[in-house]
Every structure is written in structure tokens, then in C-alpha cells.
Design a protein around this ligand. Structure first.
Ligand SMILES: N[C@@H](CCC(=O)N[C@@H](CS)C(=O)NCC(=O)O)C(=O)O
Length: 201
């Protein structure tokens, strides 16, 4: 198993999933904005020239949510995914997909404005708007976390997605001062040894 990885990127989710599941994997390391992601060789693995990209034998996947679902379906004993007959299952889907659907678009905007564009092309107005929207979108996650240690109660595959996104949001400057539950969630995620290993591949 080979993971094309960059630190401080969505590739951490894929590495974290494999660390939690105890899967052996190799890492090909890049950085966000790396010209090596734009080569024809790399684009043959991922047409968008991005990470994560997972290669498992003759299977290549290049969408973080799909990679996490694939790893859980193929290599977990089912422990990180609630059974479809339970009340937790629709909640699992909801928060798993809230990550790329709601949180990440604002994180993308923020990263573009604050990290990727050169100062003469970036816009403080756009960055402020993205930070404000990101903070608003996190309110629903904070409410969901009330009385829970993880997003659906027990640690699950949904945390691999949304837990990572919430950690990223905090590091990028989302205002979590009113979100006590979220701040505790971030601490809980960052304390997991598998998450720590995944961050430093
Ligand atoms: N929806 C995709 C997004 C992938 C993506 O945008 N990855 C970013 C890092 S978080 C990337 O590879 N950026 C590299 C670059 O633009 O240089 C996923 O979830 O995997």
C-alpha cells in the first residue's frame, strides 16, 4: 500500500485511518503546492495533481473520503462504522460528508487566500469572509459534540474526516472561542497516538 502524502493536508486523514487500523503502508512525501504534484507521472495517478492518493495493488484512489471509506470497508473489522440498522448510522453519514460538503470549501478558500496566492493577488476581504463562514459552519459541529466525546458518540470513521477538518480549521484561525465542545474535541483528536503518527509521516 502506498500513500502519496503531504503534511498538513487531507492526506493526514488517510494516514490516520491506516494508523488506527494498523495497516502497513509506505509514504511518498510531497508538500502542498509542490511542483512534483504537477508532473505527467503524478497526474497519471491523480489527474488533479493532489494528495491524498492511495495505491493498493492495481487500485488507485484520489479522493480522501473515498480512501477512508475504502480502507474501512476493506481492512477494518467493522468496528469504526456503525451498523446500517442503528440510529448512529445516518448520523455517521451526515458528519462524514459534512466535512467535504460544508467545512472544506471554506478551508480551501482560506488556504488559497492566506497560503497559496502571492500577497499581491490575495484578498483580505475574501480571507475574512471565509474565516467568518467557517466559524458559522462549525456551530453545528459544536452543537453535535455536546455530551459526546466523538462526533457520533464512540470514535468512528466519521471522526477521521470531521475531526481532522476541525483541527485544521482551528489551526487556520477559525474562531472557536464560543465553542467549548469543539475545543475539547480538538484536544481529544490531537491526543490520539495514531493521529500524531499520521501528522508526522
Ligand atoms: N476533495 C479532495 C481534495 C484534495 C486536495 O485538494 N488536496 C490538497 C491538499 S489538502 C492538495 O493536494 N493540494 C496540493 C496542491 O494544490 O498543490 C480530497 O478530499 O481528497
Amino acid at each position: 500500500m502506498l500513500l502519496c502524502y503531504a503534511p498538513q493536508s487531507r492526506a493526514v486523514r488517510a494516514a490516520w485511518a491506516m494508523e488506527e487500523l494498523g495497516i502497513d503502508y509506505e509514504v511518498e512525501r510531497y508538500s502542498v503546492g509542490d511542483p512534483n504534484l504537477r508532473t505527467p507521472e503524478f497526474r497519471a495517478k491523480n489527474p488533479n495533481g493532489r494528495v491524498p492518493t492511495l495505491i493498493d495493488g492495481d487500485i488507485t484512489l484520489h479522493e480522501s473520503g473515498a480512501i477512508v471509506e475504502y480502507l474501512l470497508a476493506k481492512y477494518s473489522d467493522g468496528s469504526l462504522v456503525p451498523d446500517v440498522s442503528t440510529a448512529q448510522y445516518p448520523q455517521y453519514l451526515q458528519w462524514f460528508h459534512y466535512t467535504e460538503g460544508m467545512i472544506m470549501p471554506q478551508i480551501n478558500n482560506l488556504v488559497v487566500e492566506t497560503k497559496l496566492l502571492p500577497p499581491e493577488k490575495s484578498s483580505e476581504v475574501h480571507a475574512r469572509r471565509a474565516t467568518k463562514l467557517l466559524t458559522q459552519i462549525l456551530a453545528a459541529v459544536d452543537a453535535q459534540m455536546a455530551g459526546r466525546d466523538y462526533i457520533i458518540g464512540d470514535f468512528s470513521g466519521a471522526d477521521l474526516m470531521i475531526g481532522h477538518a476541525v483541527v485544521m480549521a482551528g489551526r487556520l484561525g477559525a474562531d472557536m472561542s464560543a465553542y467549548d465542545n469543539l475545543r475539547a474535541y480538538v484536544e481529544r483528536i490531537e491526543a490520539r497516538p495514531a493521529f500524531q503518527r499520521a501528522e508526522t509521516k
